[in-house]
Design a protein around this ligand. Sequence first.
Ligand code: 6PG
Length: 473
Amino acid sequence: MTNHDFGLIGLAVMGQNLVLNVESRGFRVAVFNRTGSVTREFVAAHPGKAMFGATTLEEFVGSLARPRKIMIMVKAGAAVDAVIDSLVPLLDKDDIVIDGGNSLYTDTERRDERLRGLGLRFIGAGVSGGEEGARKGPAIMPGGPASTWEVMRPIFEAIAARAEGEPCVTHIGPGGSGHYVKMIHNGIEYGDMQLICEAYHLFKSAGFSASELAEVFTAWNDGDLESYLIQITAEIFRQTDPETGLPLVDLILDAAGQKGTGKWTLQSAIDNGVVISTIHAAVEARILSSMKERRVAASRIFDRPAESITARDKAALVGMVHDALYASKIVSYAQGLDLIATMSREKGWNLDLSRIAAIWRGGCIIRAKFLNPITEAYRADPSLENLMFAPFFRDALNRSQQRWREVVSMAALAGIPVPSFAASLAYYDSFRSAVLPANLLQAQRDFFGAHTYERTDRPRGEWFHTRWPEVAD
Ligand code: 6PG
């Protein structure tokens, strides 16, 4: 049979769920996995599906209608290149290869160039939503030529999640832009997760039980923090360990893992001169958490502050932390979107931030009600310089700032680390400060290195140097 509409290579959980999703939308699919037994077992476990399990790559490629549409769902990095290497000799002109993993966007650009040179077409598509999203409808962020997107569009739109009636997929832009936007999605995901963890840390320190925490997060999921991550957090607090009967969360080791997309986001921010301090703090919080033994040793030798968080009024604490979380989240998204906009200008990608925010409203890990006003803000002003300038978010920050400050200072006094709350607040305060102390910094640079400075009483672009006094060693 040579009439399959879609082929998928890599039958790990994401690949399996994605291909079941494609099949369920009426497409005939072919699958291939390097370990043949995985293919056989997968096909056998789903009888009656329009699904062909190929035993060789040749058979797989031969089973697809042309132009072939082949999605690779393998671990990012060398495995993607290995699959492409073995596919290339078997493909014909205009066949389409889609990498649906969390690939680094520069790898995507390299692969795109290579395949284009061979007369093939390549799409680097970020896919978000985890296992369940892949099966029921993920958010998809495809990057590549618009003409290739048009060929893939019917399948992508059929399998994507929907938000406000629109599919959560759009042509992001050329080259590596799809994977780039997915990378920033993940950076923002790190920020959201860390902010939630900091709220949890404060509540836990104030003596909230797991069931009280579940109630708080359930209530928050009915308000302006409504989101997938808040929802699953409430569920996590409800989960008890079957062996001990204790809340499962209390038995999970506090050492976080990470696979690299957060780190890449920071590297790109540094390269582009964009501040993403909330996400930065979130990545570093994971690193510090992973140093469990060192932290345990340090906890024995350093003094604790005299103060602790006592929640005489738990409801008031919940309200304060809510505002700190909401305001920090605004800052985090403002930073992440700033990075996308900067990179888009740098690379000439011409990315549409309102479309990107719109497709993040469903299917993906950061899906949230919060993305509606973000979509609206960029629709109203496509050249919006920073999300915080949008009236909706400006007002929210003005409303939240007092309690946000109280939370950060209360945490500092009680010795509870809130790196992402604090980094967001410091960013906000720097951002809204007409005057910062960098005049002194410029003087220091000029003092020791004759780096020159501009003056407040002269036009920008005129540079001055002072003969500073010599100092004794
Ligand atoms: C998603 C997720 C997914 C994955 C990340 C997280 O959008 O579906 O972001 O891609 O969970 O890779 O990775 P780490 O937390 O392990 O870095």
